[in-house]
Design a protein around this ligand. Structure first.
Ligand SMILES: [Zn+2]
Length: 216
């Protein structure tokens, strides 16, 4: 009597496609195969040496093509709905799931790290860009500052020329503005000529403007 072959063995190849599919599925799920030499190709079962159909599923594998499509479909259903072989075959496997989850978590961690690194380097790129922009600004400001310094020196020269002999040579700008205001006020009181009055007015405007600048 032929013995049952476990899924650890290679099973004989059935000549019919439908039955080959059935046997492949059974083999993949850890079923057993017992070859026949008579009218049937063999028998498959979810248990080795099945005692009854209560304790195990079993079905014949027919040799002939007659009606094999229907029988093969039934056999496939039997294999896939087997309640006995939950530990065998590609059934839900928590160990495998846990391993895959661990792999996925490692990948996610890696992805997160890479993303953080990318973000950080983006940030530093931005800072470098900002820094270079600031440097450009600084250059511009420096140039402006140099121009302003030259202007200031010229103004200082003009101021000391203007103030020479007035006794106000050492005054601060605000003192000078106050002095100018007082002077203009006095001039305003005594002015008669239209043209001159307008110049005084303009000078008073300049005083006001200067006071604003000094305040800021
Ligand atoms: Zn079964």
């Amino acid at each position: 009597m032929a013995t049952w072959l476990s899924s650890a063995h290679a099973w004989p190849t059935h000549p019919e496609t439908q039955w080959r599919d059935v046997m492949r599925e059974a083999h993949a799920r850890g079923w057993f195969f017992r070859p026949f030499s008579d009218h049937a190709f063999g028998k498959i079962s979810c248990a080795e040496k099945p005692d009854s159909l209560d304790s195990a599923c079993a079905t014949k594998i027919y040799s002939s093509a007659t009606g094999s499509e229907t029988y093969a479909k039934r056999a496939l259903t039997l294999i896939r709905t087997c309640p006995h072989s939950s530990e065998q075959g590609p059934e839900p496997d928590d160990h495998e799931a846990a391993r895959l989850l661990k792999d996925a978590e490692r990948l996610l961690e890696g992805a997160t790290s890479l993303l953080s690194r990318a973000t950080a380097s983006l940030g530093s790129d931005e800072l470098l860009e900002q820094a270079s922009r600031c440097a450009d600004d600084a250059d511009t400001l420096l140039a402006e500052a140099e121009v302003l310094e030259l202007e200031a020196n010229r103004m200082a020269d003009r101021a000391s020329a203007a103030l020479a002999g007035t006794g106000l040579e050492e005054s601060t700008p605000s003192q000078l503005v106050i002095a100018a205001e007082e002077t203009l006020s006095r001039a305003d009181q005594v002015v008669a000529a239209e043209g001159l009055a307008q110049r005084i007015e303009r000078a008073q405007d300049r005083c006001a403007a200067l006071k604003l600048r000094l305040r800021s």
